[in-house]
Design a protein around this ligand. Structure first.
Ligand code: FES
Ligand code: FES
Length: 150
C-alpha cells in the first residue's frame, strides 16, 4: 500500500506492507539511518521520532498509521545547514556520547523543550528516562540542556 506523509518538512510517498514498522521504513526505504534499532519493543528510545510533534518510539508504530502526518528526525532539526541548539550544546558539553543513543536523546529533548522551555533538572531527567544509555551516563546531557534553559 502507498503511504504519504511529511518527513522533515518534505512530502514523501512509500510503498509499504500493512504491517511495516516505521523504523524500518525510515531506515530502509527512506535512508534515514539516524533512527536506530535497539530493543525494537519500545523500551530504549533509540528509534525515537516526533510524530506531529509528539515523542514516539518508531519501532512500535505501524508505518501506515503515519499517513497524512508529520515525522521529524534529527536530520529535520538542521535548518539551512545550521544545527539546532540542542545538537550544538550536546556537542559542546560532551553530551553526544555514541551515535546509537544520541539521535533519540536529541529528539526526546526537543519534545521536552517544545512543551516546557524551562524544565527543572528533574523534568530533564524524566524526559530522557526512556532513552537508555548502556555505557556512559546522563550527567553531560543534563548539563547541556541546562545550558540552553538557564
Ligand atoms: S528500538 Fe524502539 S524503543 Fe528501542
Ligand atoms: S548507548 Fe550511546 S553512549 Fe551509551
Amino acid at each position: 500500500m502507498e503511504v504519504k506523509f511529511v518527513l522533515n518538512g518534505k512530502e514523501v510517498k512509500v510503498d509499504v506492507k500493512p504491517t511495516a514498522i516505521l523504523t524500518d521504513v525510515l531506515r530502509e526505504k527512506l535512508g534515514v539511518t539516524s533512527v536506530k534499532k535497539g530493543c525494537e519493543t519500545g523500551d530504549c528510545g533509540a528509534c525515537a521520532v516526533l510524530l506531529d510533534g509528539e515523542l514516539v518510539n518508531s519501532c512500535i508504530v505501524l508505518a501506515p498509521t503515519v499517513a497524512g502526518k508529520s515525522v521529524t528526525t534529527v536530520e529535520g532539526l538542521i535548518i539551512n545547514g545550521e544545527m539546532d541548539i540542542i545538537q550544538k550544546r550536546l556537542a559542546e558539553y560532551h553530551g553526544t556520547q555514541c551515535g546509537y543513543c544520541t539521535p533519540g536523546m536529541v529528539i526526546a529533548i526537543k519534545a521536552l523543550l517544545n512543551k516546557n522551555p524551562k524544565p527543572s533538572e528533574a523534568e530533564i531527567r524524566r524526559a530522557i528516562a526512556g532513552n537508555l544509555c548502556r555505557c556512559t551516563g546522563y550527567q553531560k546531557i543534563v548539563e547541556a540542556v541546562q545550558s540552553i534553559t538557564a
